[in-house]
Design a protein around this ligand. Structure first.
Ligand code: RAM
Length: 348
């Protein structure tokens, strides 16, 4: 898997305009130990920071965590990545407990459930570990800071706008989501429902199904949706795993070009399906920037520069300065749309 990020100007999208130069360094680590150079930060700060994605084997988290690794190398900390095979609610608990025993300085986690990992995270925090959620939050009382890729409103709106555009603002649509408890997808789906009801009276959301961020489950759920709803005009999949699996299904079926598919995807996973006409347009942010920013937030917490309260500010390397907003949330930027005219500019 190659992933160089091309140095590309991307208009007014600040988060993406600062392109992080990523160098392919092979696969992510899967073990519980660090896989990068040993090093310690300034003073006696414990800059051993471990990334804990929803699950391993998801290209989105491969990219986000590489962004974290790049940041940690820049500031001389120790990077590691651990995670479960399945994106199920409590699958991350044992990893958090192990990290607490090991005495890392920070945990950067994308949560599969807002509550299920809370006790484990709070035990980690009681032991002095700083906890940053990124991508998918826990309840706010279980972490120090949440690094949000874009606002839930923005992420919901871009997907509703795209499906409305692609089906002529009328007809049946369904949602193919990640796991049923995922904080991020559930927030986006709630807002999408509100937007559909208020602004798109002729679009009917007939079902929401869950592919668990597993490729085969998502593929099978796509097939089932198309069989159950013969009049389906479009599918929204707010997950990079789901949209890629659904596109693969559609691309070799009679539904190709007839049933629209949009949502959130990575350019590399979606490129073939945009080029062959299965998909017109989808959106995302820069996952590498998200991981990079999350790592710098962990550093600022560990070094005591910030506590996570509203108004705190810190510098995140190449991405510049960020301020902590309400509920201990830091915002990366805005979602960005990919289509046949621009997809060639991206490599992640
Ligand atoms: C999948 C995961 C992740 C989400 C992206 C869009 O990779 O569910 O949490 O942010 O899709």
């Amino acid at each position: 898997m190659s992933f160089h990020t091309k140095r590309t100007r991307i208009g007014a999208i600040a988060a993406l305009a600062v392109t992080v130069a990523l160098v392919a360094t092979g696969c992510s680590s899967g073990g519980s130990g660090g896989d990068s150079s040993e090093g310690s930060g300034g003073g006696d700060a414990n800059l051993a920071i471990t990334f804990l994605p929803k699950n391993l084997g998801n290209a989105y988290f491969d990219t986000s965590d590489k962004g974290g690794e790049k940041a940690i190398k820049e500031f001389g900390g120790t990077y590691a990545e651990v995670g479960p095979a399945e994106a199920s609610p409590d699958a991350q608990v044992s990893y958090i407990n192990t990290l607490t025993q090991q005495g890392v300085g920070g945990i950067v986690v994308s949560a599969n459930d807002p509550k299920a990992i809370c006790d484990a995270l709070n035990e980690a925090r009681d032991a002095g570990i700083k906890v940053v959620t990124f991508d998918s939050d826990t309840n706010p009382e279980c972490r120090d800071i949440f690094i949000n890729q874009a606002t839930a409103d923005g992420i919901a709106k871009v997907q509703v706008d795209m499906i409305a555009d692609q089906i002529g603002d009328s007809g049946e649509v369904a949602i193919l989501s990640a796991s049923a408890n995922a904080t991020n997808q559930n927030a986006w789906i709630e807002t999408m429902k509100t937007l559909l009801a208020s602004d798109h009276p002729n679009i009917k959301l007939v079902d929401t199904v869950y592919g668990d961020d597993d490729d085969q489950t998502s593929f099978d759920k796509t097939a089932a949706l198309l069989q159950t709803y013969p009049d389906l005009k479009g599918i929204i999949s707010p997950t990079t795993v789901g949209i890629a699996a659904a596109a693969r299904y559609l691309s070799t079926s009679d539904y190709k070009g007839k049933v629209a598919l949009t949502g959130l995807g990575t350019p590399n996973q979606m490129r073939d399906f945009v080029e062959d006409g299965t998909v017109t347009e989808f959106a995302l942010w820069n996952p590498a920037d998200l991981g990079y920013l999350a790592a710098f937030a962990a550093k600022a917490l560990i070094e005591g520069d910030i506590t996570g309260k509203e108004g705190d500010s810190f510098t995140a390397g190449d991405l510049g300065d960020f301020k902590v907003g309400a509920d201990g949330t830091v915002l990366l930027g805005e979602p960005y749309k990919f289509n046949k005219d621009n997809i060639g500019d991206f490599d992640f």
